[in-house]
Design a protein around this ligand. Structure first.
Ligand code: ZN
Length: 174
């Protein structure tokens, strides 16, 4: 159906936009937005949520503009992607603080993407701990993620429980 094609278009767009970028694991970057979209697909979210998930890092991490996403995929999806994008002009510590502050004010769609994104990132750290990340850095990432997710609670209790299960496995003593 058309909706499947729209999601596929978002996937191919993300694949091209992130071309040449890699995850810490060495995989092509697009495996990450794909995993985020898969989490939402498993929860039977609509195609627009899946498209936003596919595209959630293209504004933050590639030269793609919000206008371009809007022209190709519409205002709703562009708005959600902008909502979940850090402002790259800010330093990292400020961006991390902003995520915590902004989480409660996100739209429900953006909260879902944020939740699925953090689930994927905790999973990645647990399944292949970044070799150059000392234990404290991994713990700090888990704790910061939990602070962000505290701001989206109520949007999807089942996914929040998935997050909590991962957080319960927060690395300790390496
Ligand atoms: Zn992401």
């Amino acid at each position: 159906p058309d909706q499947v094609n729209l999601v596929r278009r978002a996937y191919y767009y993300a694949e091209q936009a992130h071309d040449g970028q890699r995850r810490r694991s060495g995989e092509a970057y697009v495996t990450h937005p794909l995993a985020v979209a898969n989490i939402l697909a498993d929860m039977h979210m609509d195609h627009q949520s899946l498209m936003a998930a596919m595209l959630h890092d293209v504004i933050e991490d590639t030269p793609t503009s919000a206008d371009e996403i809007e022209a190709r995929f519409g205002t709703r999806i562009a708005t959600v992607v902008v909502e979940v994008s850090d402002d790259r002009s800010l330093d990292k510590a400020t961006r991390k603080l902003r995520q915590i502050e902004h989480a409660p004010h996100l739209s429900p769609e953006a909260k879902l993407v944020k939740l699925a994104d953090k689930i994927c990132n905790l999973r990645d750290i647990l399944s292949s701990p970044p070799v150059h990340w000392p234990l404290q850095r991994q713990q700090a990432y888990f704790d910061w993620s939990a602070q962000v997710i505290a701001g989206v609670r109520g949007v999807h209790p089942q996914l929040e429980a998935v997050f909590d299960t991962l957080y319960a496995r927060r690395p300790d003593r390496g």
